[in-house]
Design a protein around this ligand. Sequence first.
Ligand code: FE2
Length: 468
Amino acid sequence: MRLTKLENDVVGSVFLTNSQIKRHNQEIRRWDLHGEVGLLFLNILLKISSLRSHSAKNRYYFPAAAGYHFRDVKNRVNFDIIMIMPEDSLLKFEIPEVIYGLGALSQIGKCCRRLGGERILLVTDPGLIAAGWVDESIKYLAQEDLQYVIYDNVVTNPRDFQVEQGLELYRQKNCDVIAAVGGGSPIDTAKGIGILTSNHGRIHEYEGANLVTQPIPPLVCAPTTAGTGADVSQFAVITNKRANLKMAILSRAITPDITLADPLLLKTKSPELIATTGMDTLSHAIEAYVSSLSWPLTDPHAIHAIELVGKHLVNAAQTKDMDALEGMSIACLEAGMAFSNAILGAVHALAHPLGGLYDIHHGLANSLLLPVVVRQNMEHALPKFAGIARALGAETRGKSIEAVAQQVPGQLQDLIAKLGLPTRLSQVGVDEADIPHLAQMAEEDICMLTNPHCYMKAEIESMYHEVL
Ligand SMILES: [Fe+2]
């Protein structure tokens, strides 16, 4: 049986199998325990663990010293308890080199050259070509005497076959560096192409954590939305077209080498796109802040990103004021740094199936689900939600932590109303009959593992129903 434990070690977040745990020299004990005795023992273990605990289905995750397998004979249930050795609890903070500021795109040629490039695969989409940013990028590549080829058949929620098309072009033209100019879709496609270039096989084989073992070619990103954080993260999400399923790939091997965060690129975006990608940024920041893997290097970035979104998002979407766009650009960077290293939570776990099944824009899917998930998560991370309320401008004087925290869902609803975004799943075509299937996929999504509470299928179904 595959044990899906999310470990946070010096190498990165990984899934471990039984054999891998043995390789880690951890002790595996097998005990057959009857019903309540087994559960009682489990509860004692969870209580004595002073560190964070986590559960999903019948798997329990918490840092301690060994791995256990329980079989609850009476209820015919298996429990897998995997504990992280103390030395594996070392933490890392992985980010690319960041070049920030108005006009940062002008560095794209120099950066590709600096990374050893001669022939560049430029991954983008038709919208970016129409906006003139690809011509601008080509000018900078030419200034460095770089050859280039463009792959632009990329759509929202990028598909597996698009990764394969891009790979074909990379190989045909004998490229040596990948540059991505665009939002999360071109950047994730570029990461997918990079994975297959050096790891071979099909992209489906790399779904999960740390399954990308070989370094990808140098990757330079110029993000054009203040949303996905794909330019700083070790995540890529690619749609399995045949199964209508979003595959989350998590590996430090796919963290870009350089990101060129240029707020000028946000100027050509529509108000709707600024709003939805901004809500994606807010979801990243909130989920990273309350994640069970959050830590002192991720928290300050997450909370500052929340503050910046509260201050700038409405203005950025409505007026494209440059100060507001700069604020959102920094918010996106910081939220990306935080979530790439603390991972995400139930908002993304529930949003991914909506993208896979209905092709709903990722930021919009998060926006629809954020208030309901926050309401459910509230009791599991109360002090952190009080911090979020403060960052979003809540009045805190004379109020208890609980009273402060309880303001967050209302603050989010106010923000979404000001942005004019839909608030019901039925408005974007979600069919009630699909909810059991959506909930099944959400329960198994990798992002659920780091939510402050792991929800079972029935609880997830009721969250979808609440927002239907
Ligand atoms: Fe996201």
